[in-house]
Design a protein around this ligand. Structure first.
Ligand SMILES: [Zn+2]
Length: 245
């Protein structure tokens, strides 16, 4: 995960008359206790230009785990879940329905980060008594558009290590170290961890080689960062927040 910058202008579909009409229905149904998942229209929140602009802003990578989303991969994901929220203690409630078409609340993620085994409806807070007050809430999931993930997560080799509670919950929810098992007892995210390990192996090889040859550690670090830590590189965060440096 690396810090991201979102394009300022929201795609027009999110502020269209269709979006306004749909939101009127959503709010009315939410107030009457009749809100249904089908009230949210994917042709609006995933409408023309939304996913493509998010993917451009994210260098075609998942906002959370940094795997590549080249081609047609990736889903438009709501940071604050629209239909309902859950926390890690099992509490749940009505979602942040009013943010369903809010540009500020949208990211693009891979299917696996987004699915029910990982983020799903989860949106834990460190101050649950402020739930719903988005100015006061302190989410326990990193939003890479709002903060530098390196404040909460560092890497020891290819393993993500938390620096605070938010980092701990984020690693757990997105299963960034591949700890969750499927029904057969196999790790669900083995591919993610293997892929990160491979890239770390390449970076480490070059780092060790350069350090050995030049005796200039800083130059070696700079070279490795330049080659592996660019915005468009998979797992650039792993290189940037590497503890050994
Ligand atoms: Zn992901």
């Amino acid at each position: 995960m690396i810090k991201l910058t979102k394009s300022k202008d929201a795609p027009a579909v999110l502020t269209s008359d269709d979006a306004k009409n749909s939101m009127t229905t959503i709010k009315a149904n939410a107030e009457n206790g009749n809100l249904k998942a089908t009230d949210f229209e994917s042709k609006i929140y995933d409408g023309e230009g939304v996913k493509s602009l998010l993917k451009k802003d994210q260098n075609d990578k998942c906002a959370y785990c940094e795997v590549t989303l080249a081609g047609d991969y990736g889903v438009v994901e709501h940071y604050r879940p629209k239909t309902k929220w859950k926390d890690i203690k099992g509490n749940e409630g009505l979602g942040y329905y009013w943010l369903a078409y809010d540009w500020d609340n949208l990211l693009c993620s891979c299917d696996i980060c987004n699915n029910a085994a990982n983020k799903g409806y989860l949106f834990p807070l460190s101050n649950p008594n402020k739930r719903g007050d988005t100015n006061e809430e302190q989410p326990l999931l990193i939003n890479p558009y709002k903060e530098d993930p390196g404040d909460s997560i560092e890497f020891h080799e290819h393993i993500a290590v938390h620096k605070n509670k938010k980092g701990e919950v984020t690693i757990e929810v997105f299963d960034l170290n591949g700890k969750k098992k499927d029904k057969k007892g196999e790790p669900r995210r083995r591919d993610l961890v293997e892929c990160r390990k491979n890239i770390w192996g390449q970076a480490k090889y070059l780092f060790d080689l350069l350090t050995e040859q030049s005796q200039d550690t800083q130059q070696a670090i700079d070279t490795v960062r330049e080659l592996f830590g660019k915005d468009e590189n998979m797992f650039a965060g792993m290189i940037r927040y590497q503890k050994r440096w």
